[in-house]
Design a protein around this ligand. Structure first.
Ligand SMILES: Cc1cc2nc3c(=O)[nH]c(=O)nc-3n(C[C@H](O)[C@H](O)[C@H](O)COP(=O)(O)OP(=O)(O)OC[C@H]3O[C@@H](n4cnc5c(N)ncnc54)[C@H](O)[C@@H]3O)c2cc1C
Length: 474
């Protein structure tokens, strides 16, 4: 290394750290993966702690303003993801904080119905082209209210007996040899240690992986969804009727304005993707390409550029687009939109081959509909996820149940979404509790026992697996 490129370093003095808790399972990160993990572990009898750096749960699905839970059904309309994810939706639904196509409409090709959902608050996610029959179909996709969701998630944790540790960063795993024994956290009380029999990394970014000695894959390809940050924001108090009238009456003028906005560096695309009483609010989510989303300089760049873009776009819309005159910036997402980053190399690495293999793995813990991949989706509407994709190679005491699960970028692009992470979390939390009870490493948890427990919790698994696991009945 040349002298000019050498980094200056200093030694951090060793110090004694207070052990603030000793638990069975510690879940680090309270996003979709962390929610599933913590609820499943606690409900399965493990003394469980959930550490979250912000003051609320939900991760990107609340603080990131990503209020869309898509692809719960496959293209035929058959529900494939349920369990804790469905439970959250049911609770939000009971509070009128969730919108979705009616159950009887899932899979429908009826033109009137399809058009109804295209014209309702979120055209794109409610409907997909079924290339097998050359027609559009209605899917099971849910829109949520992020603030009610934050409240409801807290209640669910409380009911399950999860110990919440908010405003606390998981900064480093406690490692002995090849085994993770807990984590160091930092918060306003200082640096503390939490000892645990199993640690589940649900940070989304895989913060614990490299310090734990786990092998990681950081490769990504430019141009993919996961190779970009996003800076989501809401603009509110828009007269949508007036905007639509303008778009319909003067399409060329509208297109011209959008081109001008694009030339000035603004965000010209938004979705009316919110629950019905959010009338007059739209969601922007401009993307910022980056192949290094775990780099603090990149994170800072996007935070600054994102805010600039938001301000510029808002100003332009308000001055130029009828309907936006009285609008205001309702919210910029408290959690920056990270989509890619590193992924653990696990006992099994999911690849694009798995998207066309139709393989039902012996250790299948979830089924994910694939509705977004054109011809491939048409021929292979679902993929199975093996438990081994949550288990890092060689490192004991650690599971990964978030978008950093073991997968190549081509697979991760389609299956790191909110319902998927909740489902992986449910499997990881259940497995962690089984491991603690049996005093074994999570890697050794018997697949059949895990699957049986998941079926009992309302998780949908392939018929073949359900038969082998005895349909989940104890
Ligand atoms: C603009 C955009 C649009 C998207 N659209 C959709 C969509 O329509 N539908 C969909 O399903 N998905 C969508 N996604 C993807 C989806 O939001 C994520 O893939 C999903 O939220 C991943 O869940 P996760 O649990 O892995 O991570 P996250 O949601 O990122 O949650 C991680 C949690 O861990 C916490 N955390 C992180 N590091 C630490 C630490 N060191 N210590 C303590 N806490 C920590 C965070 O604060 C956060 O709460 C979109 C993403 C973006 C950015």
């Amino acid at each position: 290394m040349s002298a000019s490129s050498a980094k200056r370093t200093i030694m951090e003095p060793a110090r004694e750290i207070e052990v603030c808790r000793e638990v069975d399972v510690v879940v680090v990160g309270g996003g979709p993966g962390g929610i599933g993990s913590a609820l499943a572990a606690a409900r399965s009898g493990a003394d469980t702690m959930l550490v979250e750096r912000y003051g609320h749960l939900g991760g990107m699905s609340t603080g990131g303003l990503v209020t869309i839970i898509p692809n719960l059904s496959d293209i035929s309309g058959k529900q494939q993801i349920a369990g804790i994810c469905q439970e959250i939706i049911d609770r939000l639904d009971a509070m009128e904080a969730a919108d979705y196509p009616k159950k009887k409409d899932w899979g429908s090709t009826d033109e009137k119905l399809v058009n109804h959902y295209i014209n309702s608050n979120l055209a794109f996610f409610y409907v997909r082209d079924d290339l097998n029959i050359g027609r559009k179909r209605v899917l099971y996709t849910v829109l949520t209210d992020p603030e009610i969701m934050k409240c409801e998630l807290n209640s669910m944790m409380e009911e399950a007996g999860v110990n919440l540790y908010l405003h606390s960063w998981g900064v480093r795993p406690i490692v002995e040899g090849n085994s993770v024994k807990g984590i160091f956290v930092e918060n306003k009380s200082g640096r503390q240690a939490i000892l645990a029999k199993v640690v589940i990394d649900c940070t989304g970014d895989g913060d614990l992986l490299q310090p734990a000695g786990a092998e990681c894959d950081t490769r990504m390809k430019p141009g993919m969804r996961i190779s970009a940050f996003a800076f989501p924001f809401w603009i509110g108090n828009i007269n949508m009727k007036k905007v639509e009238e303008f778009r319909v009456a003067q399409p060329e003028k509208y297109a011209e304005l959008m081109q001008e906005l694009g030339r000035r560096g603004g965000a010209a695309f938004y979705l009316k993707d919110l629950v019905k009483y959010h009338d007059g609010i739209v969601w922007f989510h401009p993307f910022f390409p980056s192949l290094n989303q775990n780099d603090i300089n990149e994170i800072n760049r996007v935070e600054l550029e994102g805010r600039r873009k938001m301000h510029l776009s808002y100003d332009f819309y308000r001055k130029n687009v009828p309907g936006f005159e009285n609008s205001y910036i309702a919210l910029s997402s408290p959690q920056l939109g990270l989509q890619g980053g590193q992924r653990v190399v696990g006992e099994y690495v999911c690849t694009e081959r798995d998207m066309v293999s139709d393989e039902i793995f012996e250790d299948t813990i979830a089924v994910f509909p694939d509705n977004d991949n054109g011809e491939i989706s048409a021929r292979h509407p679902n993929v199975c996820i093996p438990y081994r994709a949550l288990v890092p190679k060689k490192i004991d005491g650690l599971l990964v149940a978030c978008r950093a699960f073991s997968s190549e970028y081509g697979f991760n692009e389609y299956f790191n979404l909110i319902p998927h992470c909740i489902a992986m979390g449910q499997a990881a939390g259940t497995a962690a509790a089984l491991a603690v009870k049996a005093k074994i490493d999570p890697r050794k948890v018997p697949y059949r026992t895990l699957q049986k427990r998941l079926l009992q919790q309302g998780v949908i698994l392939p018929e073949k697996i359900a038969r082998q696991a005895g349909n989940g009945h104890a």
